[in-house]
Design a protein around this ligand. Structure first.
Ligand SMILES: Cc1ncc(C[n+]2csc(CCOP(=O)(O)OP(=O)(O)O)c2C)c(N)n1
Length: 901
């Protein structure tokens, strides 16, 4: 047949499909150069070796396309067309011996058919190995050898363990299906061998040094993993599925559904204890990926240098989500970066070949759901979920690869979904053929246990006795669940604290000033070029100015106050981890926390000069990601209570790219899962004529998230205020802080602070003002606008107008504001904001100001808002329009008539 095709090609190549041309051209290259046409009937040793070499390489690259991966047999494996052609050519050489090439496959010598048979067995069985994209040649070669050494059958004990795991997984779903009728659980029916995959990773990982595992995952098969891998007690799971509260008595928190809960458990694995920490997550698929990685990184750092080998990341995904959600790519990009790397994560994709009701053909453009991982050169092991021995093998291989090379490995567990998307759903509405095939398909347990029974590895009687014991255990747990209640929270937990619901107080005042000689010493250290660094002359000038600030020749500006806050905290033992896009220099060239030698380009941190014994102060630039990096920092903050973690958006606008992290984790993580974070989010904010974007950090959105004292929201107006805010954050109870930070104020002539404002006895003041005097009108505002109002007030000499700055918006500083109102009981109260009225803080502060007025006996009418008219975009498009608008706003606030209420 090939000879016929070749003859046709030799006479008229255009009559054939292009792919034939490519094959024959490659084959002929050398011969054509010599002016000869090969005779396809003759496969001499040279040509055989040439084609065979190509075939072997082809199998390594693309053999997986012909692997039998689908347990349902619906997806047809297909050998790559080029490979198919080459195989046809080799039929002409079928009796020749090709010893050299056989050697590369671990055969001493072999005929062409023997080699092809071996290639088929290795690459086209129930595992599809995709690894040629691995960029490290040593790692790739190691994989090749491991793969081509042939399928090592799991040992007898490993298989018996897998049998027990499958029985447990299967029985748990069956039990819950019977006992919790009508409850969603996103069951594991069809992907039970996931439990075997996870155990294979744990077992091999533990043998290679893993002692702690951070897991992430979705709802799919979550309860099964929690029970059968992490070791969450069955009675606790059953209680939650029944709808009993997952939070301890006395704690007012919302809790969450059972299939979102995390759990920290311990398992004995091959004689060692491994702690397994499943990260709580919301419905938002894949959002947890960054969070889990951040937690793991913090744990690894706490363990020191070899931390990555001892603490493993194991994340369970699902096929449609892995292919569709962009955060998967963002997290993959973090995997090899020095400030984010966790020494490789093992990703297991539960590929049930459908996303809710969507077929893969409508769910992705890539061939595999895992293809994104190839972009960063991760190996992918596709495996037929019904072949449990193969599943164990890839679990082991992935663990070995990760422990050896510190890089990600992906397991694509091809399986199916026996029921609908959840237990109330009907799969035959949308996937009738698949549903029918599944209905007639035996369970993975049945297939595996029958196989083991036939081999005498686990008898039917043994299966029965394991099943009976598991069923008894479940019945007992079900009974125990009726009266189950979580233990009380530790006392220092914010959720259990009385202040938690005290929304209308700014919180206890925490002294955060420091001795001036110390401040000067620290300030000098961070204004001095690190050893070996010749500064850029402009940076040198910045540092010289900072030294003048310390010598009181000028007042302290914003970025220096920030540096002093971080340096002082580090010197007191609080580690700092501060990241964002271009953060070390500062997007506005304000910081220069990292400096570069002007001739060699070498970089260094100014915090390297801090006194020995100081905690680490790490300031670094993040990749251009918000969603994954914010999730990562949040995760890190959960596990590192001794570190102040700060994340900065380049402009506040961009925070909404990470919206699920704010909504689902930062604002509500403690309320749902009782997990605490003191993460600081910095959002440059302010309308300055830069257009619709680069203007607003969307204060209104963060204020809308505020309840029950969950987070703090601040908009400091001076460098000292910001300094105290950051220092307070490291010392108070743990809860997230969102700070709207300045842009033009960074270099504002008056927005500076005297050294005394940082000194002993000083602290963060949630409300500042007003100026002394008899006030006819009090204008309340926040942040940068104060300076514009104040400049105009002074210019017009408006002594009867007082400006009151709310440095903290939430928790609302009611007590502090009341004290001010009591001093001017008849004054008209206005709220002034530069944002349009449908944005900014107005809707949030309106009723709160009113309540404070009522409580403090003010006789004035209720507050009114001076702001821009409601608008779809946060700011106008041109600087000119902005300036005119801003002038009108200031005028209205200071001298305008009382607005209608
Ligand atoms: C970010 C996000 N978008 C949409 C959804 C709604 N949703 C829940 S499950 C699902 C399909 C998931 O399919 P797949 O990833 O294959 O997982 P499976 O449920 O099949 O295990 C969708 C669209 C969601 N939970 N999260």
């Amino acid at each position: 047949m090939v000879a016929d095709i070749y003859r046709q090609y030799a006479t008229d190549p255009s009559a054939l499909d292009n792919s034939f041309g490519a094959v024959f051209e490659g084959l002929e290259g050398a011969e054509l150069a010599a002016g000869a046409r090969p005779d396809p009937e003759v496969m001499d040793p040279y040509r055989t070796a040439l084609v065979l070499g190509r075939v072997i390489e082809g199998y390594r690259w693309r053999g997986h396309q012909n692997a039998r991966l689908d347990p349902l047999g619906l997806a047809e494996p297909k050998l790559d067309a080029d490979l198919q052609l080459d195989r046809e050519l080799l039929r002409l050489a079928d009796q020749q011996v090709a010893p050299a090439l056989a050697g590369t496959l671990g055969l001493k010598q072999g005929t062409v058919p023997q080699i092809l048979e071996r290639l088929d067995r290795i690459y086209c069985g129930t595992i599809g190995f995709e690894y040629m994209q691995v960029r490290d040649p040593v790692a790739r070669e190691w994989l090749r050898r491991a793969i081509e050494a042939g399928p090592a059958m799991p040992g007898r004990e490993a298989r018996r363990d897998a049998a027990r795991q499958l029985i447990r997984a299967d029985e748990l779903e069956a039990f819950m299906h019977r006992r919790f009728v009508g409850k969603k659980r996103f069951g594991a029916e069809g992907c039970e061998s996931l439990i075997c995959a996870l155990w294979a990773v744990l077992a091999r990982g533990a043998a290679l040094g893993v002692r702690s595992v951070v897991m992430g995952g979705t709802s799919r098969a979550r309860l099964n993993q929690l029970a059968n891998v992490v070791g969450k007690p069955l009675h606790a799971i059953f209680a939650e599925v029944k709808g009993l509260s997952p939070v301890p008595e006395g704690v007012r928190a919302s809790g969450d559904v059972a299939y979102h809960q995390g759990f920290r458990g311990e398992q004995q694995v091959g004689g060692v204890t491994v702690s397994i920490d499943y990260t709580a997550n919301p419905s938002h698929l894949e959002t947890v990926d960054g969070v889990a990685a951040g937690r793991l990184r913090a744990m690894q750092e706490a363990r020191g240098g070899a931390g990555w080998r001892e603490a493993l990341g194991l994340v369970v995904h699902t096929d449609a989500a892995f292919a569709g959600q962009g955060i998967v790519a963002e997290v993959a990009q973090l995997s090899a970066l020095r400030h984010y790397s966790v020494g490789g994560t093992i990703h297991v994709i539960v590929n049930n070949q459908v996303g809710f009701t969507t077929d893969p053909a409508d769910g992705r453009s890539s061939a595999y759901c895992s293809d994104l991982a190839r972009a960063v050169g991760s190996p992918v092991f596709h495996v037929n979920g019904d072949d449990v021995d193969a599943v164990i093998r890839v679990g082991q291989l992935a663990a070995e690869y990760r422990q050896r090379f510190g890089q990600d490995a992906i397991i694509d567990l091809v399986c199916y979904r026996r029921r609908g998307h959840n237990e109330m759903d009907e799969p035959s509405f949308t996937q009738p053929l698949m549903a029918a095939r599944i209905a007639g398909h035996p369970t993975t347990r049945r297939l595996y246990l029958d196989r083991l029974a036939a081999e005498g590895a686990v008898t039917a009687a043994e299966e029965q006795s394991i099943t009976a014991a598991v069923q008894q255990e479940m019945s007992d747990a079900y009974e125990a669940a009726q009266s189950y209640r979580l233990n009380a929270m530790p006392e220092d937990a914010w959720a259990a604290s009385p202040e938690r619901f005290a929304e209308e107080t700014a919180g206890p005042e925490i002294p955060t000033g420091i001795d001036l000689p110390l401040l000067q010493a620290l300030g000098t250290a961070i204004s001095t070029a690190p050893p070996g660094i010749g500064l850029n002359p402009k940076v040198e000038r910045v540092f010289a100015e900072r030294l003048e600030m310390l010598a009181r020749k000028r007042e302290v500006a914003w970025a220096f106050a920030e540096g002093l806050a971080l340096a002082s905290l580090a010197s007191e033992g609080t580690a700092i981890r501060f990241s964002g896009q271009d953060t070390p220099r500062g997007a506005f060239s304000q910081r220069h926390f990292a400096v570069h030698d002007a001739s060699s380009g070498a970089g260094a941190s100014i915090f390297a000069n801090l006194p020995s014994g100081s905690a680490a102060c790490t300031v670094f630039g993040s990749p251009l990601s918000e969603y994954a990096t914010l999730g990562f920092e949040y995760g890190y903050s959960l596990e590192a209570p001794g570190t102040l973690v700060l994340w900065e958006a380049q402009f506040g606008d961009f925070a909404n790219v990470a919206q699920p992290v704010f909504d689902q984790f930062i604002a509500s993580g403690e309320d749902k899962w009782l997990q605490q974070s003191s993460l600081v989010t910095l959002l440059p904010h302010g309308l300055e004529g830069q257009g619709a974007e680069h203007s607003s950090g969307r204060i209104e959105r963060f204020l809308q998230l505020c309840a029950a004292g969950n987070i703090m929201v601040a908009n400091a107006s001076t460098p000292a205020s910001y300094f105290h805010l950051l220092r307070r954050q490291a010392k108070g109870r743990r809860r997230p802080l969102v700070v709207f930070t300045p842009k033009s104020l960074l270099r504002h002539r008056f927005a500076v602070s005297g050294l005394a404002e940082f000194g002993p006895g000083t602290a963060f003041r949630p409300v500042i003002g007003p100026q002394p005097g008899q006030h006819r009108r009090l204008v309340l505002c926040s942040g940068k606008l104060y300076w514009e109002l104040e400049a105009a007030r002074q210019e017009r000499n408006l002594a009867d107008v007082g400006l009151v700055r709310l440095e903290q918006l939430y928790p609302f500083p009611a007590r502090e504001l009341a004290a001010i109102f009591r001093m001017a009981p008849g004054a008209e109260i206005l709220w002034c904001q530069e944002e349009p009225r449908n944005m900014g803080a107005w809707d949030f502060v309106d009723r709160r100001i009113e309540a404070v007025m009522r409580a403090s006996g003010c006789s004035a009418p209720w507050p009114a808002c001076i702001g821009r008219p409601a608008n779809p975009s946060p700011a106008l498009g041109t600087e000119k329009q902005h300036m005119a608008d801003q002038a009108r706003l200031i005028e209205a606030a200071l001298t305008g008539p009382s607005p209608a209420r």
